[in-house]
Design a protein around this ligand. Structure first.
Ligand code: XMP
Length: 325
């Protein structure tokens, strides 16, 4: 019968049978699925697995450190971190169009990932070949994409920008039979940190699609601060499990007049987008307690320079999407 222990044992056996003594790589996004998939594969084949984490500079506060420190400490996984912040920033310079941003981020991600992969091979050329790519594909993804196996036809949505088309890997997908809540249970059983196991969804393109307007380092820093405050207050209020996710969006191309201290300000608005949902296909805006909203608003306007207004998005999906871009 179904227990997380059984699932883990079965998967470990089948991963070992599939991979043998060859090598595998896995891209870590900081999200639950890739983390649990990596942890399972690590348990099965140990140092034959190398994980790659591309730091594109579009992550939220503390997320990169969480992967670098906590995830590695919990799993003992071999991790290659690529600092690609400059590269992503320059590729995004001058770009405001949402689709254009997504394309650029996806493209750069693939380039960096492929480069990392080439380096992994070059660093140990006499080891067994790297033939496998670990993916955190879940059962609902399998159903949605037609149930095919072994190929890389995963919606680009579930990935940072999709996979290279000339993919030469065989896929290892140990979560193919699982739903999200089961994946979390497996992650817990594998000893992954709570913050990773119960992480809310976060888009692959990261904060890049939460800045309406051009993405710059200053704007990213500002949004990271505002987002960290919102998350802190939501967690303190015990709302993390009630809210599906709460994008925090910077309207970088909008300014409004305000007054702070004894001076006039002309700053940017921050949008809070708390949503309730089962599967992100549809969503409703969360009726959040006013006092929590008030605390978030006060803190953001006090603590984040250049932000003088906080607004609440009260649109359901449809017609609004969860993200603004
Ligand atoms: P939308 O904005 O389409 O978002 O209502 C639905 C869910 O998907 C997440 N999302 C993404 N996840 N890569 C991802 O991995 C992406 O490019 C991406 N875009 C949106 C979004 O956060 C929400 O949970």
């Amino acid at each position: 019968d179904w227990t997380t222990g059984n699932v883990i044992e079965e998967q470990i056996e089948s991963i070992r049978a599939q991979v043998g003594d060859r090598r595998a790589i896995c891209g870590l996004s900081g999200g639950v699925d890739s983390a649990v998939a990596a942890a399972l594969v690590q348990k099965a084949i140990g140092s034959q697995l190398t994980c790659v984490y591309v730091d594109h500079g579009l992550m939220r506060k503390g997320e990169t450190e969480q992967v670098e420190k906590d995830f590695v400490a919990a799993t003992g996984v071999q991790l290659k971190v690529v600092d690609a912040q400059e590269r992503f920033l320059s590729a995004l310079a001058g770009v405001s169009d949402p689709e254009e941003k997504r394309k650029i981020i996806g493209r750069e991600f693939i380039r960096v990932f492929e480069q990392a992969q080439a380096e992994i091979v070059a660093e140990a050329p006499n080891d067994q070949p790297v033939e496998f790519l670990v993916q955190g594909t879940l059962y609902p993804d399998v159903v949605e994409s037609g149930g095919g196996t072994g190929t890389a036809n995963i919606k680009s949505h579930h990935n940072v920008g999709g996979l290279p088309e000339d993919l030469e890997f065989q896929l290892v997908e140990p979560l193919r039979q699982l739903f999200k809540d089961e994946v979390r249970m497996v992650g817990q059983e594998l000893g992954l940190p709570e913050e990773i196991v119960h992480r809310q969804p976060f888009p692959g393109p990261g904060l890049g699609i939460r800045i309406v307007g051009e993405v710059t380092r200053e704007r990213l820093d500002l949004l990271r601060d505002a987002d960290a405050i919102a998350r802190e207050e939501l967690t303190a209020a015990g709302l993390d499990r009630d809210i599906w996710q709460c994008p925090v969006v910077l309207l970088a191309d909008v300014r409004s007049v305000g007054v702070q201290g004894d001076g006039r300000t002309y700053g940017h608005p921050i949008v809070l987008r708390p949503v309730s949902s089962e599967d992100a296909m549809t969503a409703d805006w969360t009726r959040m307690p006013y006092d929590v909203l008030a605390r978030i608003s006060t803190r953001i306007t006090n603590e984040v320079r250049d932000v003088n207004r906080v607004v609440l998005d009260v649109t359901s999906k449809p017609p609004g999407t969860i993200e603004w871009e």
